[in-house]
Design a protein around this ligand. Structure first.
Ligand code: NAI
Ligand SMILES: Cc1ncc(C(=O)O)c(C(=O)O)c1O
Length: 311
């Protein structure tokens, strides 16, 4: 008997929503993908075959009977739902408005999970009539490929939800990581610590973007894909860690804002894939080609990592 609710609803069909919906449908749920934008829904519907093809390629187990429907009617999207996953833009007021719209339409036993990248759950729940049912459920991009989900209860979250969500995540063969609430949660605090140092190294001209990507990908990235950071310390030796951290920690970048060169790029409309240029420049067809290379690589890596012992 699966813990996955029969009906689930995903609110927001942008970068994250469609992959979340497809992953739940693959596990047998009837999923309603909702957005306020007809264009977003149309894009998701047309790209759905690609997403399910990726799930097939990575060998994601299939439970028969699952489906995804696409729509812009909130009442239809919420009818009979047992789990709502919110994936609208990272704006506190917008998320709180969405929660209010949801609460007006569902019973107070329905789980509301937010895919926020790091806004404290406690803060978001303050505006809710039943704050106990809000919980953080942070998927990573691309959500139909990265099989780890952070589960973060806020101060008001009904703690029974934590175990319930852990079982739901396990029901679609993902790894749940339960965390105490802290801004950015665990994954993004580590990621943004890495990115802060990377941006400082680029800004100081210590390394080129290509050199930085090669160094991090084949150095710590490759190693950390097999050996987690705490196990790595045992492998390297805690004495080595002490010797190096004793002089290096004070040298690391401690910037508290986005680097100016990044702000300048954004001001010039250089956002990355979505604008055809950012940290790198992309010619005709390059973005689609790069996206395909990344997905192909993530599929191959996921299959290999799934076949080796969890050290
Ligand atoms: N993009 C990423 O790499 C990741 C994003 N997240 C988080 O997931 C959430 C969603 O992020 P993305 O998918 O990247 O955003 P996005 O901007 O790509 O998509 C958001 C979607 O929400 C829709 N929307 C806006 N207002 C709405 C409303 N009131 N009701 C329903 N839909 C509405 C928009 O039309 C859009 O289609 C954010 O909180 C983000 O921080 C989490 C992990 C990774
Ligand atoms: C750059 C960046 N920022 C945030 C996130 C997130 O998890 O919210 C991701 C991601 O990979 O999911 C990311 O790459």
């Amino acid at each position: 008997m699966t813990s996955l609710p029969t009906i689930a609803t995903v609110i927001g069909s942008g970068t994250m929503g469609p992959g979340i919906a497809a992953t739940l449908a693959r596990a047998g749920a009837t999923v309603r993908l909702y957005d306020i934008s007809d264009e977003a829904i149309a894009r998701a519907e047309s790209a759905y075959g690609i997403v399910t093809g990726v799930l097939e390629a990575v060998g994601s187990p299939t439970v028969p009977g699952g489906s995804v429907s696409f729509g812009t009617d909130l009442d239809e999207a919420l009818a009979g739902t047992g789990l709502i996953i919110e994936a609208v833009p990272e704006k506190l007021e917008l998320k709180q408005k969405v929660f209010a719209d949801i609460e007006a339409r569902v019973g107070d036993d329905v789980i509301i999970a937010t895919n926020t990248s790091g806004i404290p759950i406690t803060t978001m729940a303050e505006s809710m009539s039943h704050p106990g049912r809000l919980i953080g459920m942070h998927w990573s991009n691309p959500p139909h490929l990265i099989p780890m989900i952070e589960i973060i209860p806020g101060q008001a979250t009904d703690l029974a939800l934590v175990d319930k969500l852990v079982e739901i995540v396990k029901a679609f063969n993902y790894t749940p990581v339960v965390e105490k609430e802290i801004p950015g949660f665990v994954e993004n605090r580590v990621l943004y610590a890495i990115l802060r140092e990377c941006m400082a190294l680029l800004e100081e001209g210590i390394v080129t973007p290509e050199g930085l990507d090669a160094c991090v990908k084949w150095g710590i990235g490759y190693k950390l894909s097999v050996v987690g950071p705490t196990r790595l310390l045992d492998m390297a030796g805690l004495d080595i860690y002490q010797a190096v951290s004793s002089y290096l920690n004070k040298e690391l970048d401690v910037s508290t804002d986005t680097p100016q060169f990044i702000k300048d790029k954004i001001a010039a409309g250089q956002l990355g894939f979505k604008s055809g240029g950012g940290m790198y420049e992309y010619g005709e067809g390059d973005v689609d080609a790069k996206r395909k290379e990344i997905i192909t690589g993530l599929i191959a890596a996921r299959k290999t990592l799934s076949s080796i012992p969890n050290v």
